[in-house]
Every structure is written in C-alpha cells, then in structure tokens.
Design a protein around this ligand. Structure first.
Ligand SMILES: Cc1cc2nc3c(=O)[nH]c(=O)nc-3n(C[C@H](O)[C@H](O)[C@H](O)COP(=O)(O)O)c2cc1C
Length: 385
C-alpha cells in the first residue's frame, strides 16, 4: 500500500476537538482492534462507504498514541495526502453524516390509512422490515370518534360504506408514486370492505405497471372482498394475495407473511389451468404453501376432480392429496379457490365466510359468468399446470 502515515498524537487530540468529534481517550486499546473489519482488511477508501463506527474508530485511534507500525497500511486517508490525520477525521465525519441524511432511495412505498392505529402498527412493522418509504393517508375532513361509531347506523363511516361512489378527499395527497415499483396498501376493514378513502387513493394514480399488495386489520373479517374491489377498481400491474392481520399482530407475524411474497426476480405468477365443460379457465395461484404444493403436484400431470354443489355459492370436492393448511377467516368472492380442511378444493361462484387456506383465484371472470359456467349441479374439472 502506497500510503505513508505519520504519528499525529498531539495534533489529533486538538483536531478531534476542533471538528466536534471529541470522545473518551481509549489509550491502551490496540489500534488494530479499533478498526472495522473492512477497514482492517485494508480496503481502499474509494468505493467504501464509511460508517459511524469507522468514524469512531478513527477518532479513538487518533486519541491514542499510535506508533509508526500502527499507522502503516491503514485505509483512513480520506484526502489522499498519504497522511492519516485529523483532516481525514473531519472529511469522514462529513461523509458519514451526509450518508445518514440522504437515505438510499427505496422502490417500495407503504401506504396506509389507519383511524385507530391498528393498521398503522402493522405498517410500521413493514416499514422497518423493508426500509420502504411510507405515506399515511389522512382524510381532508378527519374521521371523528362519532364518525366511526358503527353501532350508529347513520354515522359517517357507515354512510360512506353504504355508497360505493363516495370518495372522501385526502388531506395531503402524495405528489407522485412514479418512482415506486411496489406499493403495500394498508387499511382497516369497514363493513367487510376497504374504507372508501382507499378508493380515492387508488383512483388518484396510475398503478398499471405497479405491484400493489393489500394488507388490512379487522376484528375478524377477511381481506377477500376488499382485495377483489381493489382489483376491479383500477388497472393494477400485479396484485399478489394480500393479508389480514389481527390488531395485535407482531413484527414476526408480518415478516412471516412478507417472506412468502413473490417480490423480486424469479417470482413469476403461478398459473393453474382449469378445464370445465370444454371451457379453459386460468387461475393465479396464491402465495401459500398449499398453492405451491398444488403447483408441484400438477407439474407431474393433470388431475380430474369431481366438485359437488354446495350452498348456492360453491363447488367443493376432494383432492388426491392433503396440502399444508394455513387457514384464516375469509370472506370469499366469486372466482376464489380455497383449500378446505386440508384436502378439499372449493371454487366459489358467490360469497361465503369461513376459515380456509387460499389456493388461488380464477382470472378475469365475473360472478355471473362463473355461475353460468358451473351450472346448478355437480361438475367435473381438470386441473393442470
Ligand atoms: C366503521 C367500522 C366498520 C368496521 N367493520 C368491520 C367489519 O366488517 N369486520 C371486522 O372484522 N371489523 C370491522 N371493524 C373493526 C376494524 O376493522 C378494526 O378495529 C381495525 O383493526 C381498525 O383499524 P385501524 O385501527 O387501523 O383504524 C370496523 C370498524 C369500523 C370503525
């Protein structure tokens, strides 16, 4: 290494104080032990992002009485004058502080509306896990306690939820979402659905090349209906299966879900084909273990399943395998494909509320089309991948 370092003990002590970096003298500690691993490994300063720890290491080191040997071959020469001195300390301080003040740009945005804080806590976990930017939706006319007193039939929230066309104004709309690829969208469930202000948000931007991942909190209702509403409201590039959390969900719960999401390279949508009465349907499989197992099984060859009519809202039949259950309370919608009791597949052509494991959703078919296609009695479907 070309650098030649000088012993600067006296100057260093003065200089450390002069650039505001005074600290306890750790005299006696070996200089090498104060160096970070990367610095100790002799990495050059170009291409190396100094950390606060490097700054403290250099400062502490200069406060000791470094020997000529200590100074040889160390990489803290910030200004290239082949001297490791207090000027380097000042330059490093500037670099480290700038780095802290200018956080790396994120391509992920966590957007959430939370009137009583439950969804906000889940959003906070996500923000910490992902390092994403965040935006809290606030209503231009804030929701008072009276406004969300849902026991009162005529409260504002109830009136809004009863009218699909209502679009409450957002107080301070985010200027642009252009720079984000992935948007987590969080909300509480209000009467089984997303609050109307979420619809205001969705209709304010172009999501056609974005990945939008809904999440919600609720007393018990599932995310299914709101997910479907969102998918039908505006064009969205990709909408992986969302997740409902109870109010007290932990950071670990959120991480467990986050880890299953098809984000990044090599996570293309899993598609299953369903042949029924000569019609070919396509279904997007969910991000559950069961759906992944189903895909693996179908890769071995197509399977024919008889589905029995049940309740005027679903067709249900036994699969040849038992798949991993991750049941959650769900309000299903037309097109949803669920695993029931681990070994039965249920395809919905209307809504029901029960505890299921998500398998997928039939693409681009309305409730009426599915009801007509499935007819009134039992049916036989062939599944393939
Ligand atoms: C107007 C209103 C309607 C609600 N409707 C439902 C519902 O249909 N199902 C449910 O499980 N919880 C319902 N809840 C409970 C909320 O979804 C739940 O308390 C949620 O965690 C609140 O989130 P927040 O604290 O982020 O606002 C409702 C709450 C309000 C205020």
């Amino acid at each position: 290494m070309k650098k030649l370092f000088l012993i600067l003990t006296g100057i260093a002590v003065m200089g450390a104080a002069s650039c505001g970096a005074a600290s306890e003298n750790k005299a006696g500690a070996s200089a090498a032990s104060l160096l970070s691993d990367r610095a100790a490994a002799g990495e050059s300063s170009s291409g190396y992002t100094y950390t606060l720890q490097d700054l403290l290491n250099l400062q502490d080191f200069l406060l000791t009485k470094p020997t000529e040997e200590d100074l040889t071959g160390k990489p803290y020469d910030m200004n290239g004058d082949e001297r490791w001195d207090v000027f380097d300390l000042c330059l490093m301080k500037r670099e480290v502080l700038e780095e802290k003040e200018t956080p790396a740009e994120s391509d992920t945005l966590v957007v959430y509306f939370s009137r009583t804080g439950n969804t906000g806590k889940i959003a906070q976990h996500l923000i910490e896990l992902t390092g994403a930017d965040s935006y809290a939706i606030e209503a231009a006319v804030p929701y008072s306690d009276e406004d969300i007193k849902y026991q009162d039939e005529n409260c504002r929230a109830n009136r809004e939820q009863n009218d699909k066309s209502v679009r409450p104004e957002i107080a301070d709309p985010v200027a642009s979402i252009e720079s984000y690829d992935t948007i987590f969208l969080g909300y509480p469930i209000w009467w089984g659905q997303e609050p109307r202000i979420i619809d205001t948000f969705l209709e304010s931007y172009d999501f056609s090349d974005k990945t939008v991942i809904p999440f919600c909190t609720s007393g018990s209702s599932g995310i299914g209906t709101s997910e479907k509403n969102i998918a039908e409201l505006v064009p969205i590039g990709k909408q992986p299966a969302g997740r409902r959390f109870p109010a007290g969900a932990t950071k670990e719960d959120v991480k467990a879900w986050y880890d299953t999401l098809p984000l990044g390279e090599g996570n293309e949508d899993m598609k299953m084909k369903i042949s029924v009465g000569g019609t070919e349907l396509t279904a997007s499989l969910s991000d559950t273990a069961a759906a992944k197992e189903l895909a693996e099984k179908l890769k071995e060859g197509p399977v024919t399943v008889t589905l029995n009519e049940y309740g005027g809202f679903e067709k249900v039949g036994k699969l040849p395998w038992t798949l991993t259950r991750s049941d959650e309370s769900t309000v299903t919608g037309a097109g949803d494909i669920m695993l029931y009791q681990g070994d039965q597949m249920t395809i919905f052509y209307n809504s029901n509320s029960w505890s299921y494991t998500k398998l997928g959703h039939i693409d681009n078919k309305t409730q009426e089309e599915l009801a007509e296609l499935f007819g009134e009695g039992d049916i036989t479907v062939t599944l393939s991948y």
